[in-house]
Design a protein around this ligand. Structure first.
Ligand code: KIV
Ligand code: ZN
Length: 511
């Protein structure tokens, strides 16, 4: 019999802890809607105590999401749990996820608490969370480096206190599959009432084993996996949802369990997360990389043509690769545009935003013959960020790049509605445009990353540019899309400057 494996997606919480991946409320809602469409069981929407903005984003998601449980993270203290409880209150199905570290190094050096104090705090946290919802999850942070006997005591106590899901995290990505599977097996065997709860695993990818460790935990009895789209997450990231889901589906014979994920939504979700966070997907990434189903070698091509299963263990269309259908064209009207946005789960903030997006769609349709779903996602990104201050806006630009000459750029942009002109030279057209902007804006920010990706194929495709800027300890990602990659670059630079200017401050859950 196939058992159910619950998918707990933490793209909007642990994923958001990647440098510069901070999202606005609207961006988070767009991703949450897509996660609901994908069929994830639990959406960890954020960490309510991190900032008022985080709490508001969780509340908004809780108001809109109907078929997935909406969850907030909370440290094991009263303030965090009350903030989480208030934020998830509007949800049809709400969960509070509370955690405290249980390893000697974390208890002594970070928390400065004794094991007994930690245990007491964990129990109190679960009891308080249960006053808000029956669906309470407890995590023993750094379980990987925790003493097994102590872990058993903590899990036994939180189960008695009312936790329904108990999560075993490899917070630092230290484990290896054989040990992680064994740890899960031992916990389930030793903790009294283990059969009354769902055992969960949460793995980080520091040694590149997050997915393998999560799957080993499933073999050991875990029935919830915590993961993120594209494996997004701080440092080397979290276990990637798409790999976990496709592994258990493709090898149901081995795992004996399955998820309720609609796998055809995997690629669209991956692309949306990549567009919004500015984290590109490497071409050879399993399942969602551009080359994941491409066969280059003649022998493979020949085999696949004769019988697909000679070299393919999954079908590209089953994970949504043909979902980038031709969407709209030059002659499509406003209604068709609006209907398509609704189909993609995109909700714009009022008629004005819709009109602006439609005007940009028409402009794009003039430049690009075929417009795909991904083009629309990129196109509306600017329009949906209503809660982000847009101080800088591109008005017009010109770049001159000629062999043997130094490239130069003139950029006209609005600074809080006041038009300014900037000129600069550089080693290439993008460098010249950025130098021009900086000569006027003088942001003093460091450019950490500049990357260009084509949204769809072909030379008329939109280029999607990510610019990562750092200033005074803050890191932000800006995105811009255009058929002209220098224009896309300037848009991305201005977007990053706007984010720096928005000063979205947030606390880190582990601190
Ligand atoms: O990595 C971790 O331990 C976490 C916990 C908060 C579950 O993210
Ligand atoms: Zn984590």
């Amino acid at each position: 019999m196939t058992e159910r494996l619950y998918i707990f997606d933490t793209t909007l919480r642990d994923g958001e802890q990647s440098p510069g991946a901070s999202m606005t409320r609207d961006e988070k809602l767009r991703i949450a809607r897509q996660l609901e469409k994908l069929g994830v069981d639990i959406i960890e929407a954020g960490f309510a105590a991190a900032s008022p903005g985080d709490a508001q984003a969780i509340r908004t998601i809780a108001e809109h999401i109907k078929t997935s449980t909406v969850c907030s993270l909370a440290r094991a203290n009263e303030k965090d749990i009350r903030a989480a409880g208030d934020a998830v209150r509007p949800a049809q199905s709400a969960r509070i996820h509370t955690f405290i570290a249980t390893s000697p190094i974390h208890m002594e050096k970070k928390l400065r608490m004794t094991p007994d104090q930690v245990l007491e705090r964990a129990v109190a946290a679960v009891k308080l969370a249960r006053e808000y919802t029956d669906d309470v999850e407890f995590s023993a942070e750094d379980a990987v480096r925790s003493d097994l006997d102590f872990l058993c005591r903590v899990f036994e106590a939180v189960i008695t206190a009312g936790a329904r899901t108990v999560n075993v995290p490899d917070t630092v990505g230290y484990s290896i599959p054989a040990l992680w599977g064994e740890r899960m097996r031992q916990l389930i065997e030793r903790v009294p009432n283990a059969d009354k709860v769902i055992w969960s695993t949460h793995c980080h990818n520091d040694l590149g084993m997050a997915v393998a460790n999560s799957l080993a935990a499933v073999m050991g009895g875990a029935r919830q996996v915590e993961c993120t789209i594209n494996g997004l997450g701080e440092r080397a990231g979290n276990a990637s949802l798409e790999e976990i889901v496709m592994a258990v589906r493709t090898r149901r014979d081995v795992f004996g369990c399955d998820t309720r994920i609609d796998t055809t939504q995997i690629v669209p979700t991956s692309k949306l997360v990549s567009t919004i966070t500015g984290y590109p997907v490497q071409p050879n990434k399993a399942i969602v990389g551009a080359n994941a189903f491409a066969h280059e070698s003649g022998i493979h091509q020949d085999g696949v043509l004769k019988h697909r299963e000679t070299y393919e263990i999954m079908r590209a269309e089953d994970v949504g690769w043909n979902a980038n259908r031709l969407t709209l064209g030059k002659l499509s009207g406003r209604n068709a545009f609006k209907t398509k946005l609704a189909e993609l789960g995109i909700v714009l903030d009022g008629e004005e935003a819709l009109n602006a997006a439609f005007a940009r769609f028409k402009e794009l349709a003039d430049k690009k013959r075929e417009i795909f779903d991904e083009d629309l996602q990129a196109l509306v990104s600017d329009e949906t960020s209503a809660d982000e201050r847009e101080r800088y806006k591109l008005v017009s630009m010109r770049v001159v790049s000629e062999t043997g000459e130094t490239p130069n750029a003139k950029v006209v942009f609005a600074d809080d509605g006041v038009e300014k002109e900037a000129r600069g030279e550089g080693s290439g057209p993008v460098d010249a445009a950025f130098k021009a902007l900086e000569s006027v804006v003088q942001s003093d920010a460091d450019l950490l990353l500049y990357s260009v990706n084509n949204i769809t194929s072909g030379t008329d495709a939109q280029g999607e540019v990510t610019v990562r800027l750092a200033k005074a300890g803050r890191v932000v990602n800006g995105q811009g899309a255009d058929t002209d990659i220098v224009v896309a670059s300037v848009k991305a630079y201005l977007h990053a400057l706007n984010k720096l200017d928005s000063k979205l401050e947030r606390a880190h859950p582990q601190v």
